[in-house]
Structure formats: C-alpha cells, structure tokens
Design a protein around this ligand. Structure first.
Ligand code: SF4
Length: 431
C-alpha cells in the first residue's frame, strides 16, 4: 500500500535568526522529499517556530499556536508541533496550558523536530537551507546565542551563550547560497561583533568580512546586530577597502543616558557611544547607521528621556526603530518592576519617531537628483520596488523605480531619485 506523506506547513515568527532556523529545517524536509505546503489550510501538520523576545512577540506566538490547535480540533490538522524561543523558555508552562500540542521543542532541537515529523534526519544535509526569502538575498547566521549581560534581555535565556559558527562553514554556506542565485548576504547573530572570540580567542569579524568579499557572485554584504561596547574598529578598514560591503551598519544602542546605560549593563557610556558613532561615520564616509532604542525602561526618568531625544537629534541615525520596554522574567532588570505606565512608554516612543521622521525626511530629500544602485525585490504596478545599499530587507525603506518594466526582480539597476517621502524614495531608471 502506497505510504501517504503528510503535508507540512511551517509558520515562522520573530527575527531573521528564527527564519534561518526554519530554512535549515525546510532543508531537511525538502532534502527528504517531504511535502512542504505554503498555505496553512492545505496542511496535515503545522510546525510553529515561535518567538519569546518581548510581550507582543510572545502573544503573537501564542495566537499562532491556538489558531493551529483550533484547526486540529476542527479535524483539519492531524498534528501540531511547536519549536523555537517561546517553547525554549516556557516549555513547562506551555505543556500545562496548551496540552493539545503534540510536541514542544526548544530552539536547538532540529534533529528531534525532523524525527517528530516522521522524517529521517540526514547529516549530509547539514547546512543545506531551503530559502524562504526571494532568491537574490539571504540571511547568513554567523553565530548563535549571546554572552552580553544586558539587563532587559531574555535572549540568552532562549538562545544560550555565544557560539561562533566555524569560519570555513560560513564561507562554504556563503558559496552555496551564491550558487542558489543569492547576490546579497545579510550577516546576523545576536552580537555579530563578538564573532570568533569564543572559537579563536580573538575577534575575527574583520577577517571574516574580507573572506566573504572574495566569494564570487556576491555583490552586497551587509552587517547587522553590531554591539557598541568593545566594537572591533578594525572592521572599518574593510568597509573602506571593499565595495561589496554595504556602507551600512546596524548597531542597536538601546539608550544614551549614562544612568540608564549603566542600569541596562550595556558596558558603554554616552560619551564613548557618541564618539564611536561619529568615528564610524568619519572613517566610512556615506555609511548609513541603523539603530534600535528602548523607551520606558524602569529607571528612565524624564531627564533621561530628554537626553535620548537630544542624542537622536545629534547623531541623526539613518534608520531607527523603537521598542517599548517589556518586563521579562529571568532578566536582571525584572526586579526593577515596570513603573512607567504603558501610555507614557507609547508617548515617548512616538516622540522619538517624530524626531526621526524629520531627520529621515531631510536625509531623503538630500538624495533627490542622485543616481543610486538599487536591488529590485518585487514589482508593484508600474514600479520596480527595491533597496539601496543603505536599506536592509524587511526593516528599512524602499525605492520605487519607474522603469517601464525593464528591470527584472533580483537584478540591480541605476536609478535617479526624483522625489522623496519620510521613509521612501521615488526614482526613474537612469539612462
Ligand atoms: S547583545 Fe544584549 S540585547 Fe542583544 S541579544 Fe545580547 S544580551 Fe540581548
């Protein structure tokens, strides 16, 4: 009798690091000829790759689990499997609260998840990923976990201590990805600047970037999740020497006031942070700085918040995101309580975003008339929509290029900026 293989649907929540975990899982499933389906309502088995970072993300993961359980109770799904950060952190509570889930796994249980899906784990498929991003760009995880002591952060509780991926494995993975048509690699980790310290006893990020720049077929390499304290300044020389390394750096600073930075255990002062960011901008002309901030941290006084506003006005980040503080069990800040009311957090978040909106508009208007290299991600009506080297996928701004349909998705083009809004550019294909 013919063996019926179940249709499997994987839901990925959270960050790009979770997305890579899903792609590695899909690499095993596709490599074993399993039936992977894109739509939840076609599936027999649902796998939920969860996020447990902050309250909002936890709720989103819970909702996805409960939705899958409802499908199971309605007879559509035969099995629900949960993996990732939320179940890494709260497995016991989840098993008690939602016993209908067939199996819970953490964030490092690839073999067990594959077996739970009735498939043989194949070691020869290690490193094989089934991309879920458009084929011209991909994320490349260079490390897992984090050794930093940030008081508000639960990530080390879910992802463990810092483990760098061996140099050779990263280069080999980059080569395989370019063979799949990838032209842009986005380097990710919890703290990408720590790369190598655990494995080689020294920071090897500069060396890694140099080697990645040698990989044929790659046109853009982008560095995300840099940690400001003990920043390896030697990487700035790689930026100056290579035109493959996007003049872009994602460097979450979280706050600026000395008293808050101290309580957050960020290991850096306001002055050192300011000097570092200015040095990066001076050493790599034209570099775009992206950052992430937290407002409403328990010790954030009105004066500390004003300090943050001044800092954002002074540094003029190119790209910026703001999170409202989320009190997380198991973090060292948990004991500080959560004294700042949600409406005050929300007000502070919107004040920062208003400041940033003005900066972003001014910066975008300065680009009118400039001809820029744009990587096209998709088509939208008459527009080819893409990004410059200053824009990471999915989190930063876009360029709407009027191209009369000549540019293919996944290709680069030169486009002259004709208009700008606070968060997007409009351009015409350059002659
Ligand atoms: S660097 Fe800090 S905020 Fe980032 S993952 Fe590590 S502990 Fe969390």
């Amino acid at each position: 009798m013919e063996k019926i293989t179940p249709k499997i649907h994987v839901v990925t929540l959270g960050c790009s690091k979770n997305l890579v975990d899903t792609e590695v899982l899909l690499g095993q499933l596709v490599g074993n000829d399993a039936q992977v389906v894109a739509e939840a309502d076609e599936a027999d088995i649902a796998v939920i790759n969860t996020c447990g970072f902050i309250e909002a993300a936890k709720q989103e993961s819970l909702d996805a689990i409960l939705e899958a359980i409802q499908r199971k109770n309605e007879g559509q799904l035969k099995k629900v499997v949960v993996m990732g950060c939320l179940s890494e952190r709260f497995a016991a509570e989840l098993k008690k609260e939602i016993p209908e889930v067939d199996a819970y796994f953490g964030s490092h249980h690839l073999k067990e998840v594959v077996r739970e899906l009735g498939i043989d784990y194949k070691i020869e498929l290690l490193g094989e990923r089934h991309l879920t991003t458009p084929s011209h760009f991909a994320y490349l995880k260079i490390s897992e976990g984090c050794d930093n002591p940030c008081s508000f952060c639960a990530i080390p509780l879910m992802r463990g201590g810092h483990r760098s991926k061996p140099f050779e494995e990263i280069i080999a993975e980059a080569r395989r990805l370019t063979q799949l048509g990838v032209k842009e690699l986005n380097l990710i980790g919890q703290d990408s600047t720590y790369y190598g310290l655990d494995l080689y006893g020294e920071r090897r990020l500069a060396n890694l970037l140099e080697q990645l720049c040698e990989v044929d077929g790659l046109e853009w390499i982008r560095l995300l999740y840099a940690y400001p304290a003990k920043f390896p300044k030697e990487i700035l020389q790689v930026y100056r020497q290579s035109d493959k390394l996007c003049r872009y750096l994602d460097i979450p600073v979280q706050h600026s006031s000395d008293e808050v930075l101290k309580s957050m255990r960020r290991g850096i002062s306001r002055r050192a942070l300011r000097d570092l960011l200015l040095e990066i901008k001076e050493t790599v002309p034209g570099i775009a700085l992206r950052t992430t901030l937290i407002v409403g941290y328990p010790t954030e006084s009105e004066r500390a918040f004003q300090d943050l506003c001044d800092f954002v006005r002074e540094v003029r980040f190119h790209r910026l995101g703001v999170f409202n503080y989320s009190q997380e069990e198991g973090t060292t800040a948990f004991a500080l309580g959560d004294p700042i009311p949600p409406e005050v957090k929300e007000e502070r978040r919107s004040i920062i975003m208003q400041i940033q909106q003005v900066i972003s508009t001014e910066r975008n208007e300065e680009l009118i008339g400039r001809t820029l290299k744009v990587l096209i991600d998709r088509r939208e009506g008459e527009f080819a929509v893409g990004r410059t080297e200053w824009d990471a996928p999915e989190i930063d701004q876009e360029v709407y290029v009027i191209d009369n349909g000549v540019v293919e998705v996944g290709n680069f083009c030169l486009a002259t900026v004709v208009d700008a809004t606070e968060y997007d550019l409009y351009a015409e294909i350059a002659p």
